[in-house]
Design a protein. Structure first.
Length: 364
Protein backbone atom coordinates (compact mmCIF):
# COMPACT_ATOMS: atom_id res chain seq x y z
CA UNK A 1 0.00 0.00 0.00
CA UNK A 2 2.85 2.31 0.90
CA UNK A 3 4.51 1.70 -2.47
CA UNK A 4 1.28 2.53 -4.33
CA UNK A 5 0.91 5.74 -2.30
CA UNK A 6 4.46 6.76 -3.11
CA UNK A 7 3.84 6.08 -6.80
CA UNK A 8 0.73 8.28 -6.76
CA UNK A 9 2.69 11.07 -5.07
CA UNK A 10 5.46 10.78 -7.64
CA UNK A 11 2.96 10.95 -10.48
CA UNK A 12 1.29 13.99 -8.95
CA UNK A 13 4.67 15.68 -8.51
CA UNK A 14 5.56 15.05 -12.15
CA UNK A 15 2.18 16.37 -13.30
CA UNK A 16 2.61 19.41 -11.08
CA UNK A 17 6.10 20.05 -12.42
CA UNK A 18 4.89 19.80 -16.01
CA UNK A 19 2.07 22.21 -15.22
CA UNK A 20 4.50 24.67 -13.66
CA UNK A 21 6.72 24.53 -16.73
CA UNK A 22 3.71 25.17 -18.99
CA UNK A 23 2.71 28.19 -16.88
CA UNK A 24 6.26 29.60 -16.98
CA UNK A 25 6.46 29.18 -20.75
CA UNK A 26 3.10 30.90 -21.15
CA UNK A 27 4.27 33.83 -19.03
CA UNK A 28 7.44 34.09 -21.08
CA UNK A 29 5.39 34.28 -24.26
CA UNK A 30 2.86 36.77 -22.89
CA UNK A 31 5.22 39.18 -21.18
CA UNK A 32 8.22 38.86 -23.47
CA UNK A 33 10.59 37.80 -20.71
CA UNK A 34 13.77 36.71 -22.42
CA UNK A 35 17.06 35.04 -21.75
CA UNK A 36 18.65 37.89 -23.71
CA UNK A 37 20.00 41.01 -22.07
CA UNK A 38 18.18 43.88 -23.76
CA UNK A 39 19.85 47.30 -23.37
CA UNK A 40 17.86 50.47 -22.82
CA UNK A 41 17.93 53.14 -25.57
CA UNK A 42 19.93 55.46 -23.30
CA UNK A 43 22.80 52.97 -22.87
CA UNK A 44 23.20 52.12 -26.56
CA UNK A 45 26.28 53.53 -28.24
CA UNK A 46 26.36 55.23 -31.62
CA UNK A 47 28.40 52.83 -33.72
CA UNK A 48 30.61 54.10 -36.55
CA UNK A 49 30.77 52.66 -40.06
CA UNK A 50 30.61 49.94 -41.21
CA UNK A 51 27.83 49.89 -38.60
CA UNK A 52 24.74 52.08 -38.76
CA UNK A 53 22.30 52.59 -35.90
CA UNK A 54 18.53 52.45 -36.32
CA UNK A 55 16.21 55.03 -34.73
CA UNK A 56 12.46 55.18 -34.16
CA UNK A 57 9.99 58.01 -34.73
CA UNK A 58 10.86 59.44 -31.31
CA UNK A 59 14.59 59.44 -32.15
CA UNK A 60 15.33 56.59 -29.75
CA UNK A 61 18.01 54.08 -30.65
CA UNK A 62 16.82 50.55 -31.32
CA UNK A 63 19.13 47.73 -30.28
CA UNK A 64 19.36 46.67 -33.92
CA UNK A 65 22.29 47.88 -36.02
CA UNK A 66 23.07 47.55 -39.73
CA UNK A 67 26.31 46.12 -41.12
CA UNK A 68 26.83 48.21 -44.29
CA UNK A 69 30.36 47.36 -45.41
CA UNK A 70 32.89 44.51 -45.13
CA UNK A 71 35.12 44.54 -42.05
CA UNK A 72 38.29 46.24 -43.31
CA UNK A 73 39.48 47.48 -39.89
CA UNK A 74 41.11 45.03 -37.47
CA UNK A 75 39.04 46.28 -34.54
CA UNK A 76 35.67 45.92 -36.31
CA UNK A 77 35.08 42.28 -35.38
CA UNK A 78 35.68 43.12 -31.71
CA UNK A 79 33.22 46.02 -31.95
CA UNK A 80 30.69 43.59 -33.38
CA UNK A 81 31.28 40.96 -30.69
CA UNK A 82 31.18 43.53 -27.85
CA UNK A 83 27.89 44.94 -29.10
CA UNK A 84 26.45 41.45 -29.56
CA UNK A 85 27.37 40.60 -25.95
CA UNK A 86 25.45 43.70 -24.81
CA UNK A 87 22.24 42.57 -26.54
CA UNK A 88 22.60 44.34 -29.88
CA UNK A 89 21.13 42.47 -32.87
CA UNK A 90 22.30 42.99 -36.45
CA UNK A 91 20.84 43.29 -39.94
CA UNK A 92 22.74 43.57 -43.22
CA UNK A 93 22.39 46.62 -45.48
CA UNK A 94 23.73 46.84 -49.05
CA UNK A 95 25.19 50.34 -49.04
CA UNK A 96 28.58 49.75 -50.64
CA UNK A 97 28.96 48.57 -54.24
CA UNK A 98 27.73 44.94 -54.50
CA UNK A 99 28.23 44.08 -50.81
CA UNK A 100 27.59 41.40 -49.54
CA UNK A 101 28.82 40.19 -52.94
CA UNK A 102 32.45 40.60 -54.01
CA UNK A 103 33.07 44.17 -55.22
CA UNK A 104 33.41 44.37 -59.03
CA UNK A 105 35.45 47.59 -59.05
CA UNK A 106 39.04 46.57 -59.98
CA UNK A 107 40.41 49.64 -58.17
CA UNK A 108 38.93 48.50 -54.85
CA UNK A 109 40.87 46.28 -52.42
CA UNK A 110 37.61 44.38 -51.87
CA UNK A 111 37.70 43.27 -55.50
CA UNK A 112 40.12 40.58 -54.31
CA UNK A 113 38.13 37.63 -52.89
CA UNK A 114 41.20 36.73 -50.80
CA UNK A 115 41.14 40.05 -48.96
CA UNK A 116 40.91 39.38 -45.17
CA UNK A 117 37.58 41.27 -45.07
CA UNK A 118 35.96 38.33 -46.89
CA UNK A 119 36.95 35.73 -44.30
CA UNK A 120 33.90 36.61 -42.23
CA UNK A 121 30.53 35.02 -42.94
CA UNK A 122 28.36 38.14 -42.79
CA UNK A 123 25.16 36.16 -43.32
CA UNK A 124 25.74 34.33 -40.02
CA UNK A 125 26.23 37.67 -38.25
CA UNK A 126 22.81 39.08 -39.15
CA UNK A 127 19.12 38.20 -38.76
CA UNK A 128 18.08 39.56 -42.17
CA UNK A 129 19.33 41.66 -45.07
CA UNK A 130 18.14 44.93 -46.63
CA UNK A 131 19.36 44.97 -50.23
CA UNK A 132 19.20 47.15 -53.36
CA UNK A 133 19.44 44.57 -56.15
CA UNK A 134 17.23 43.77 -59.13
CA UNK A 135 18.38 40.17 -58.80
CA UNK A 136 19.37 39.60 -55.17
CA UNK A 137 20.21 35.94 -55.84
CA UNK A 138 23.35 37.15 -57.68
CA UNK A 139 24.78 38.54 -54.45
CA UNK A 140 22.86 36.81 -51.64
CA UNK A 141 22.81 33.02 -52.01
CA UNK A 142 19.65 31.13 -51.07
CA UNK A 143 21.81 29.05 -48.74
CA UNK A 144 22.10 32.11 -46.47
CA UNK A 145 18.53 31.32 -45.42
CA UNK A 146 17.78 34.80 -44.06
CA UNK A 147 14.84 37.15 -44.72
CA UNK A 148 15.41 39.80 -47.42
CA UNK A 149 13.84 43.21 -48.03
CA UNK A 150 14.28 45.74 -50.84
CA UNK A 151 15.22 48.68 -48.58
CA UNK A 152 18.10 51.15 -49.11
CA UNK A 153 19.57 54.09 -47.22
CA UNK A 154 18.62 56.32 -50.14
CA UNK A 155 14.93 55.43 -49.57
CA UNK A 156 14.97 57.82 -46.61
CA UNK A 157 15.66 61.05 -48.52
CA UNK A 158 14.46 64.10 -46.60
CA UNK A 159 11.93 65.80 -48.86
CA UNK A 160 11.01 68.26 -46.11
CA UNK A 161 14.57 69.51 -45.94
CA UNK A 162 15.21 69.35 -49.70
CA UNK A 163 12.71 71.78 -51.17
CA UNK A 164 12.53 72.55 -54.92
CA UNK A 165 13.71 75.89 -56.25
CA UNK A 166 11.28 78.60 -57.26
CA UNK A 167 13.40 79.24 -60.37
CA UNK A 168 11.41 78.00 -63.40
CA UNK A 169 13.05 75.08 -65.25
CA UNK A 170 13.42 77.13 -68.47
CA UNK A 171 15.42 79.79 -66.65
CA UNK A 172 17.92 77.49 -64.97
CA UNK A 173 21.61 77.88 -65.69
CA UNK A 174 22.32 74.25 -66.64
CA UNK A 175 20.38 71.49 -68.34
CA UNK A 176 21.88 68.70 -66.24
CA UNK A 177 24.14 67.86 -63.31
CA UNK A 178 26.50 64.88 -63.22
CA UNK A 179 28.64 63.95 -60.20
CA UNK A 180 31.91 62.14 -60.99
CA UNK A 181 34.82 62.99 -58.71
CA UNK A 182 38.35 62.67 -60.08
CA UNK A 183 40.54 60.01 -58.51
CA UNK A 184 43.77 62.02 -58.55
CA UNK A 185 45.25 65.26 -59.85
CA UNK A 186 46.36 63.51 -63.04
CA UNK A 187 42.72 62.56 -63.72
CA UNK A 188 43.73 58.92 -64.15
CA UNK A 189 40.94 56.39 -63.94
CA UNK A 190 40.39 54.86 -60.52
CA UNK A 191 37.67 53.93 -58.03
CA UNK A 192 35.45 56.95 -58.73
CA UNK A 193 35.75 56.74 -62.52
CA UNK A 194 34.72 53.08 -62.48
CA UNK A 195 31.77 53.51 -60.14
CA UNK A 196 30.46 56.57 -62.01
CA UNK A 197 31.02 54.84 -65.37
CA UNK A 198 33.21 57.68 -66.66
CA UNK A 199 34.48 55.74 -69.67
CA UNK A 200 30.97 55.30 -71.13
CA UNK A 201 29.78 58.65 -69.76
CA UNK A 202 32.19 60.50 -72.07
CA UNK A 203 30.43 58.96 -75.07
CA UNK A 204 27.04 60.04 -73.71
CA UNK A 205 28.27 63.56 -72.91
CA UNK A 206 29.53 63.95 -76.47
CA UNK A 207 26.02 63.21 -77.78
CA UNK A 208 24.41 65.52 -75.22
CA UNK A 209 26.73 68.43 -76.01
CA UNK A 210 27.25 67.99 -79.76
CA UNK A 211 23.81 66.98 -81.01
CA UNK A 212 21.42 68.24 -78.33
CA UNK A 213 23.38 71.32 -77.22
CA UNK A 214 22.79 70.56 -73.55
CA UNK A 215 24.70 72.58 -71.00
CA UNK A 216 26.00 70.57 -68.06
CA UNK A 217 27.51 70.95 -64.60
CA UNK A 218 30.13 68.29 -63.85
CA UNK A 219 30.96 68.07 -60.15
CA UNK A 220 34.43 66.96 -59.04
CA UNK A 221 36.49 66.77 -62.26
CA UNK A 222 38.04 70.21 -62.52
CA UNK A 223 41.06 70.36 -64.88
CA UNK A 224 40.21 66.93 -66.35
CA UNK A 225 39.70 66.25 -70.04
CA UNK A 226 36.16 66.06 -71.39
CA UNK A 227 34.86 65.53 -74.95
CA UNK A 228 35.81 68.44 -77.25
CA UNK A 229 32.16 69.06 -78.06
CA UNK A 230 31.59 69.83 -74.35
CA UNK A 231 34.37 72.40 -73.91
CA UNK A 232 31.98 75.33 -74.22
CA UNK A 233 28.95 73.45 -72.98
CA UNK A 234 30.01 72.22 -69.53
CA UNK A 235 31.32 73.76 -66.35
CA UNK A 236 33.64 71.61 -64.23
CA UNK A 237 34.03 72.11 -60.48
CA UNK A 238 36.36 70.77 -57.84
CA UNK A 239 35.13 68.59 -54.97
CA UNK A 240 32.50 70.50 -52.99
CA UNK A 241 31.52 70.26 -49.35
CA UNK A 242 27.94 69.11 -48.92
CA UNK A 243 26.52 72.51 -47.90
CA UNK A 244 27.91 73.97 -51.13
CA UNK A 245 27.07 71.01 -53.34
CA UNK A 246 23.42 70.83 -52.33
CA UNK A 247 22.78 74.26 -53.86
CA UNK A 248 23.59 72.99 -57.35
CA UNK A 249 20.32 71.11 -57.78
CA UNK A 250 18.41 74.38 -58.03
CA UNK A 251 20.59 75.43 -60.99
CA UNK A 252 19.80 72.35 -63.10
CA UNK A 253 16.86 70.81 -64.96
CA UNK A 254 17.67 67.11 -64.51
CA UNK A 255 20.29 64.76 -63.07
CA UNK A 256 22.37 62.45 -65.27
CA UNK A 257 23.35 59.12 -63.67
CA UNK A 258 25.39 56.84 -65.94
CA UNK A 259 26.69 55.26 -62.71
CA UNK A 260 27.25 51.55 -62.48
CA UNK A 261 28.63 50.36 -59.14
CA UNK A 262 26.41 52.54 -56.94
CA UNK A 263 24.38 50.73 -54.30
CA UNK A 264 22.49 53.55 -52.65
CA UNK A 265 22.69 56.73 -54.79
CA UNK A 266 21.52 59.42 -52.42
CA UNK A 267 22.25 62.09 -55.05
CA UNK A 268 19.43 60.52 -57.07
CA UNK A 269 16.77 60.75 -54.37
CA UNK A 270 18.03 64.18 -53.26
CA UNK A 271 17.66 65.42 -56.84
CA UNK A 272 14.15 63.97 -57.00
CA UNK A 273 13.23 65.79 -53.78
CA UNK A 274 14.42 69.00 -55.43
CA UNK A 275 12.13 68.20 -58.36
CA UNK A 276 14.76 67.04 -60.88
CA UNK A 277 13.85 64.22 -63.28
CA UNK A 278 16.38 61.37 -63.46
CA UNK A 279 18.19 59.89 -66.48
CA UNK A 280 19.68 56.63 -65.23
CA UNK A 281 21.86 53.79 -66.49
CA UNK A 282 19.71 50.64 -66.47
CA UNK A 283 22.70 48.62 -65.16
CA UNK A 284 23.13 50.66 -61.99
CA UNK A 285 23.49 48.35 -58.97
CA UNK A 286 21.04 50.28 -56.78
CA UNK A 287 18.61 53.12 -57.46
CA UNK A 288 16.95 51.49 -60.49
CA UNK A 289 13.76 51.21 -58.43
CA UNK A 290 13.30 54.99 -58.46
CA UNK A 291 12.81 55.05 -62.24
CA UNK A 292 9.10 55.30 -63.08
CA UNK A 293 7.01 57.00 -65.77
CA UNK A 294 6.57 59.90 -63.33
CA UNK A 295 10.27 60.32 -62.50
CA UNK A 296 12.37 59.93 -65.66
CA UNK A 297 13.93 57.22 -67.79
CA UNK A 298 16.57 54.51 -67.79
CA UNK A 299 18.85 53.79 -70.73
CA UNK A 300 21.16 51.10 -72.05
CA UNK A 301 24.39 51.71 -73.92
CA UNK A 302 22.64 50.72 -77.13
CA UNK A 303 19.56 52.93 -76.81
CA UNK A 304 21.02 55.99 -75.05
CA UNK A 305 20.27 58.55 -77.75
CA UNK A 306 16.75 57.30 -78.41
CA UNK A 307 16.02 57.37 -74.68
CA UNK A 308 17.54 60.84 -74.31
CA UNK A 309 15.37 62.23 -77.10
CA UNK A 310 12.12 60.97 -75.55
CA UNK A 311 13.28 62.01 -72.08
CA UNK A 312 13.90 65.60 -73.20
CA UNK A 313 10.55 65.76 -74.98
CA UNK A 314 8.82 64.81 -71.72
CA UNK A 315 11.06 66.75 -69.34
CA UNK A 316 8.38 69.16 -68.15
CA UNK A 317 5.85 66.37 -67.60
CA UNK A 318 7.79 64.42 -64.98
CA UNK A 319 6.86 64.78 -61.31
CA UNK A 320 9.76 63.15 -59.44
CA UNK A 321 9.25 64.95 -56.13
CA UNK A 322 5.58 64.05 -55.88
CA UNK A 323 6.30 60.42 -56.81
CA UNK A 324 9.11 60.15 -54.25
CA UNK A 325 6.96 61.60 -51.47
CA UNK A 326 4.16 59.14 -52.34
CA UNK A 327 6.46 56.09 -52.34
CA UNK A 328 9.55 56.77 -50.23
CA UNK A 329 10.85 59.05 -47.51
CA UNK A 330 10.58 58.08 -43.87
CA UNK A 331 6.76 58.13 -44.04
CA UNK A 332 6.75 55.19 -46.49
CA UNK A 333 10.14 53.49 -46.15
CA UNK A 334 10.05 53.76 -42.34
CA UNK A 335 7.03 51.47 -41.83
CA UNK A 336 8.57 48.97 -44.27
CA UNK A 337 11.76 48.86 -42.21
CA UNK A 338 9.68 48.54 -39.02
CA UNK A 339 7.81 45.56 -40.44
CA UNK A 340 11.06 43.92 -41.59
CA UNK A 341 12.60 44.22 -38.12
CA UNK A 342 9.45 42.63 -36.69
CA UNK A 343 9.80 39.80 -39.21
CA UNK A 344 13.45 39.16 -38.34
CA UNK A 345 13.71 39.68 -34.58
CA UNK A 346 11.23 38.68 -31.82
CA UNK A 347 9.86 41.47 -29.63
CA UNK A 348 11.43 39.95 -26.51
CA UNK A 349 14.90 40.59 -27.97
CA UNK A 350 14.20 44.27 -28.64
CA UNK A 351 14.61 47.24 -26.31
CA UNK A 352 11.62 49.15 -27.72
CA UNK A 353 8.00 48.04 -27.89
CA UNK A 354 7.49 48.10 -31.65
CA UNK A 355 3.71 48.04 -31.26
CA UNK A 356 4.08 51.66 -30.08
CA UNK A 357 6.46 52.71 -32.86
CA UNK A 358 5.28 54.32 -36.14
CA UNK A 359 8.43 53.81 -38.19
CA UNK A 360 12.15 53.14 -38.10
CA UNK A 361 14.99 54.78 -40.01
CA UNK A 362 18.75 54.35 -40.41
CA UNK A 363 20.79 57.04 -38.68
CA UNK A 364 22.20 58.53 -41.87
Amino acid sequence: MKTKANSKISILLVIGLIGLIIIILALLKIYGISKFTVPSPATLEVMKRPFLNIYDDQDRKLNVVFITHPFTRDETIKEYEDAKAKGVQFLGMSSYCEFPGIVSNPHDILHDPNNPAWKWDYFKMVRGWCHCFKRPEKFIPSSSNIPLALISESDFGNHKQHQPSTIPMKEREYDFIYVCLKDNDKCEDGWQAYNRNWDKAKEYLDIMCEKYKLKGLLIGRINCEIPKSCHNMMELTDFQEYHQFIGNYSKCKFIFLPNYCDASPRVMTEAMCFGLPILVNSEIVGGWKYVAPETGAEFTHENFEDTLKVFLENLENYRPREWFIANYGVENAGPRLLEFVRQCIPQNELNLDLSKVKWLKPGI
